[in-house]
Design a protein around this ligand. Structure first.
Ligand code: ATP
Ligand code: BTN
Length: 244
């Protein structure tokens, strides 16, 4: 078991901090910050990371299966986080393909998986999670979509220490499980908590928009969308999903 846990008051980004140290880190190393000056989401977007009682957490993971297995990984981490939040008392927590955690149609947490590694070699992954627990009002104008806090989903709030420890432990356990059994063992669990299952959605793919009914994910982690032409599987990180 990895012993490395770093607690930092202020950092640019916990993901960047671990990415800078790849090569020196044991698999399972964790870093937590109280404030991020340059917290980030996918494709250069910002993750609002004010001081307060939110969680900004990253972990390094060496994935023997290589970079090809990384897509499924962000889905299983979503399951780990959503199930943990339910376990500590937040019912109605859901996942949104490919990398968000939702509560009542609002974004509660985001997952960012970044990696280095050559095809054929082990992948070096940094998995980051930002969880809103009680967002100070100063930061909220900057978020241009519906979002929420764990304090709205869970009363009383669990201890932040217990929450961090439970999330870390469950994420690591889930990554071990994923390395053993692959995504197959998670498809049903993911679909069961899919925020958009059987609901009308649109996919933004570059400047193209496709509308249909979301039908969960398949065993490759692709999003299934039903339209008049039948069911199509969508893969790849350049797609954004929105409710209609
Ligand atoms: P996608 O579906 O493509 O992932 P997304 O809008 O969820 O799209 P991300 O890159 O995953 O985009 O996340 C960044 C976005 O999340 C920001 O553009 C902003 O709208 C929103 N956001 C930023 N900070 C927070 C926060 N603390 N809590 C909730 N949402 C946030
Ligand atoms: C998203 O919704 O696109 C993902 C947001 C991920 C935010 C977390 S906070 C900890 C880690 N460090 C970062 O800079 N980003 C992730």
């Amino acid at each position: 078991h990895c012993q490395q846990l770093e607690l930092i008051p202020v950092i640019d980004s916990t993901n960047q901090h671990l990415l800078n140290q790849i090569g020196q880190l044991p698999s399972g190393a964790v870093c937590l910050a109280e404030y991020q000056q340059a917290g980030r989401g996918r494709r250069g977007r910002q993750w609002q990371s004010p001081f307060g009682s939110n969680l900004y957490l990253s972990t390094y993971w060496r994935l023997e299966a290589g970079v090809a297995a990384a897509m499924g990984l962000s889905l299983v981490v979503g399951v780990a986080i959503a199930e943990t939040l339910q376990q500590v008392g937040a019912s109605d927590v859901r996942v949104k393909w490919p990398n968000d955690i939702y509560y009542r149609d609002q974004k509660l947490a985001g997952i960012l998986v970044e990696m280095t590694g050559k095809a054929g070699d082990a992948a070096h992954l940094v998995i980051g999670m930002g969880l809103n627990i009680a967002m100070p009002t100063v930061a909220t104008d900057m978020i241009d979509q519906a979002w929420t806090n764990l304090s709205a989903a869970c009363s009383p709030l669990p201890s932040r220490n217990v929450l961090a420890a439970t999330l870390i432990s469950r994420i690591h356990q889930t990554l071990d499980e994923y390395e053993e059994i692959g995504l197959r063992g998670f498809v049903e669990r993911w679909n069961k908590i899919d925020n958009f299952f059987n609901r009308p959605v649109k996919l933004l793919i570059g400047d193209r928009v496709v509308e249909g009914i979301a039908r969960g994910i398949n065993e490759q982690g692709a999003l299934l969308l039903e339209t008049d032409h039948g069911i199509t599987a969508y893969v790849g990180g350049e797609i954004s999903l929105r409710g209609c």
